[in-house]
Design a protein. Structure first.
Length: 321
């Protein structure tokens, strides 16, 4: 189990380090170019890159905090720290990235000014596309793994590891923003309509806002508590049902504490002839088998219960009685 966690964290960290380095250099370059050229779209892109840099540091902080060992105050550990900080990243992307871009775009639309030094603008956007494209490819390759490209969207929805896809989302938004910024600058000059540069900034804000909403939606669900993959749930129930002395596996509750940490609660009916020490031995055997089959499981709680008792409890919990 430890090796799986370490590999996952290192893989995510490498992508985040690459994104931070690229975003910081690109952000400073874009802001310098924006001050020189007067482009609203370039300024929005610069703010976006600086926000992405800060978000990368927050993700790294979340990964470090999530690795903390359980203690008396937090007996199940700190795994959900990564979900909390991922949600904070989504909020900051919306508040600062989208907010500043929309504001700057509206200001420029109301008081348009022509873009200066076009060659510098295009050069900066081209370099930015190269850097962002590289980190985007690294993030895509890291997240995709052995999956087919057609499976990536479903994989994002089912993923329990926000850092693995957040950089991919942010860099996708960055590439789209660069394209919009280029179009806004080019058309504002080509058509002699400086207002289009401000429109480009507004569109960048909308792109960032949409990205932030999607990220917040995914991470909020994990922060509240999502169950494990249905295949894992079914497998654990099967393992429990195969334990000698378990007459019926009534049901199961699972929740992710972190991408590689799952808590399991099982309702089981044991054979009537089993005595307490024997039931305890069966529970120990069950936990060993479950954790051997699914290393992500960090704790197993068992409630001896009849099927009828389980159904009544489930009905009350779901408000059906």
């Amino acid at each position: 189990m430890a090796s799986i966690k370490v590999i996952s964290r290192l893989s995510s960290r490498r992508v985040i380090y690459a994104a931070i380095s690229g975003d910081l250099l690109i952000g400073l370059t874009k802001l310098t170019a924006a001050a020189w050229t007067g482009s609203s779209s370039m300024l929005s892109e610069g703010v976006h890159s600086i926000v992405d840099t800060g978000n990368g540091f927050l993700l790294l902080y979340g990964l470090r905090r999530a690795a903390g060992r359980p203690d008396l105050e937090h007996p199940l550990g700190y795994g959900r720290e990564i979900y909390f900080w991922s949600f904070v990243v989504a909020v900051l992307l919306f508040a600062f990235g989208a907010g500043v871009s929309l504001y700057q775009g509206v200001v420029h639309v109301l008081d348009p000014e022509p873009v200066q030094h076009l060659t510098a603008s295009y050069l900066v956007l081209g370099i930015s596309a190269l850097f962002d494209g590289t980190t985007w490819w690294l993030a895509l390759r890291n997240f995709r793994g052995q999956r087919r490209y057609s499976e990536i969207v479903d994989a994002i929805r089912e993923s329990k590891d926000p850092p693995s896809f957040m950089v991919l989302f942010e860099d996708s938004a960055a590439l789209a923003g660069i394209l919009v910024a280029f179009a806004g600058i080019y058309l504002s000059v080509r058509l002699d309509l400086p207002v289009l540069d401000g429109v480009g900034s507004i569109l960048i804000g909308l792109i960032l806002g949409s990205t932030a909403w999607l990220l917040a939606k995914e991470t909020k669900s994990l922060l509240i508590g999502e169950r494990a993959d249905p295949a894992i749930v079914d497998s654990i129930l099967h393992v429990a049902g195969e334990i000698d002395g378990v007459t019926h596996a009534n049901g199961i509750l699972t929740v992710h504490l972190a991408p590689q940490e799952i808590i399991v609660a099982l309702s089981l009916e044991f054979a009537d002839e089993l005595r307490t020490p024997e039931i305890e031995a069966k529970v120990i055997e069950l936990e060993r088998c479950v954790r051997l089959t699914h290393p992500k499981v960090v704790a197993v709680f068992v409630k001896p219960q009849s099927p009828e008792g389980f159904r009544e409890t489930a009905a009350r919990r779901l408000g059906m009685r």
